[in-house]
Design a protein around this ligand. Structure first.
Ligand SMILES: [Fe+2]
Length: 587
């Protein structure tokens, strides 16, 4: 039985299941080279079928995440909504000078948006018909897909009960939902359609000049630099936009002033945007980020605690774009009542392709047939799929050296303070590079940050890099809360407090303002090769950690295979490149 799961929204994607296992999964951006590419994932579907060795006729069921037929076709669609809404407000506040702000915003953000020719714009139904999929497709609710990805992917024992929280900027008319997962079934116990904390985050991201629904993490990273006393004031001010139901604290509500906000055509939507803009004007960038982050953390904690109190269930799963907020996730992991917590890897809408496929499998599943197996998110293209093409294409520009102990060689280079780009094994699905499409460096020298930024990343100066640590040595590096002692953080979805004794040893992988780290815990089982590198590095240095950041040019998606990797290598100042067993250097 073959099931195809697709997400046609922002960061579109496709996954292929054969029976209860995932054969392949990829985001459209990795193939189109347009970051967060939305729309029908034509290229991803082709890649999935190729990986599975089947044709579209052999797919038994196509599971679509989301009920809506309208699909976005470019990042412009999303961005233009913000430009339009705020354009009106800015005209009121700045009159003719608004033009300058609009021009600046458009100039700054246009590089992220890619228009599609109008005549190419199609609805989902048109695509399904074109590919003869109409009769075998089924659409599943957006938040149910989020919950499904987390539950079927991450619940370790389906006989136990799990409480699943889904929160985002909106999908199928709702912005949050809470489910109980038990015995391979999902039951919705609460939902809301209010202006959510994720909506607030997106709007302030836009107001601060960043790309909404993409750059929220930059505000989260900026937050610890603010002075707490001012951050508290900003947080209280922002509470005028977010509320909870008095009857049921599992339900977010609009505050009384904006209670009809979600009704289409309601003037309150524009009113909220007006009030929000007016409220934040003049608030310092770091203070505003910190106030917003404090609010996000407080409401997330309150929400999860309310769920535990109401249901008695202490195993918690987090999903939906909001929970890309690794700082809020950290605080949830530290709630004493939480016995177990995990967040689906890269829980934005891209992972709804998993959720939809899992729901489809459950529908077709016969009694006594096996449960869904999720063995991590390295389910994409094999790094060396195009190595022969790459050797031919780049033979005049780079040298290829096959190395028997390539992991040992990588460690040798890291110790020599080289920046190593690694493209090996199957590509990770989702926002995080987890060692297979990663830039690696020694973590004990701050100067490496400037070196990586100059060579390739051009990362915002306040944003930290992340450490990847051996799972069995994690206790040496960070404080691990009880709730994460089973699941750890294999997908970089949580931050941790770094042990003071490790500050100097992993200094380049720590947030400099609050000494936390978004650690990836690397287990021998899930990532045998990457684990081998870190353990060899540990044997030589006593540090069970390497620095890990994604292998991509600034503003572009993560590389896919050998050709991509060499192309990026040649367009950067990275020291060396590793693809599979090949050490690649410039001629
Ligand atoms: Fe979503």
């Amino acid at each position: 039985m073959h099931i195809l799961g697709i997400n046609t929204g922002l960061n579109s994607s496709a996954i292929l299941m054969k029976d209860n296992k995932i054969v392949f999964g990829i985001q459209e951006e990795r193939l189109s080279k347009i970051k967060n590419q939305p729309g029908f994932p034509t290229l991803s579907i082709q890649a999935a079928l190729k990986a599975g060795g089947i044709t579209l006729d052999q797919v038994d069921k196509v599971c679509v995440a989301g009920k809506s037929s309208k699909i976005p076709h470019s990042r412009n669609e999303d961005l233009n909504k913000f430009h339009d809404r705020y354009g009106e407000i800015k005209k009121i506040w700045f009159g003719d000078r608004e033009n300058i702000f609009a021009k600046l915003a458009q100039k700054g953000l246009q590089k992220f948006a890619h228009a599609e020719k109008k005549e190419n714009i199609k609805k989902l139904d048109d695509y399904l018909e074109e590919y003869h999929l109409t009769s075998k497709h089924e659409r599943f609710d957006h938040h149910l897909c989020h919950a499904s990805s987390a539950y079927y992917g991450l619940a370790e024992n389906k006989n136990d009960k799990y409480l699943i929280f889904s929160l985002d900027g909106g999908g199928d008319g709702r912005t949050s939902a809470v489910y109980i997962g038990h015995e391979n079934k999902l039951e919705e116990i609460a939902a809301s359609d209010s202006f959510s904390p994720a909506c607030l985050y997106a709007h302030i991201t836009y107001i601060m000049g960043f790309m909404p629904h993409e750059h929220e993490y930059k505000l989260m990273g900026l937050a610890p630099y603010a002075q707490p006393k001012y951050a508290d004031i900003a947080k209280e001010m922002l509470y005028q936009f977010i509320g909870f139901s008095d009857e049921n604290p599992l339900v977010f509500t609009n505050t009384p002033k904006y209670q009809d906000l979600r009704n289409s055509g309601s003037p309150q939507k524009q009113q909220l945007i007006h009030d929000l803009y007016k409220s934040v004007l003049g608030v310092r960038f770091d203070t505003l980020s910190a106030g917003l982050q404090l609010l996000a953390e407080e409401v997330a904690i309150k929400w999860v605690k309310a769920g535990i109190k109401q249901t008695g269930i202490k195993k918690v799963l987090l999903t939906g774009g909001f929970f890309m907020n690794v700082k809020a996730n950290k605080l949830i992991s530290e709630i004493p009542e939480v016995e177990f917590v995990n967040a689906f890897p890269s829980c934005g809408d891209e992972s709804n392709a998993f959720g939809a496929a899992f729901l489809g499998y459950q529908k077709l599943r016969k009694e006594n047939s096996p449960e869904i197996v999720f063995e991590g998110c390295c389910v994409g293209t094999e790094a060396t799929f195009d190595i022969e093409e790459a050797m031919n294409k780049y033979k005049d520009k780079v040298s290829f050296e096959k190395v028997a102990d390539i992991n040992g060689k990588v460690v040798e280079l890291l110790i020599a303070r080289k920046i190593v780009a690694r493209c090996s094994g199957k590509m990770e699905f989702g926002a995080r590079a987890l060692g297979n499409r990663s830039i690696l460096a020694s973590p004990d020298d701050m100067r490496i940050i400037n070196k990586i930024n100059a060579a390739i990343k051009k990362r915002d100066f306040w944003m930290p890099f992340a450490p990847a640590s051996m799972e069995d040595k994690l206790d040496l590096v960070v404080d691990v809360p009880n709730s994460l002692k089973k699941s750890y953080s294999p997908y970089m979805m949580f931050t941790f407090d770094v042990k003071p004794a490790m500050y100097d040893k992993i200094v380049a992988g720590i947030h400099q303002a609050d000494k936390t780290a978004r650690a990836q815990t690397v287990s021998q089982k899930i990532y045998p090769e990457f684990y081998d590198i870190i353990s060899k590095f540990f044997q030589k240095t006593g540090i069970p950690t390497v620095l890990n950041t994604s292998f991509n040019l600034h503003g572009f998606p993560i590389v896919q295979g050998a050709c991509d990797a060499i192309d990026v290598y040649l367009n950067s100042e990275l020291d060396v490149l590793v693809v599979g067993n090949y050490l690649i250097t410039r001629k």
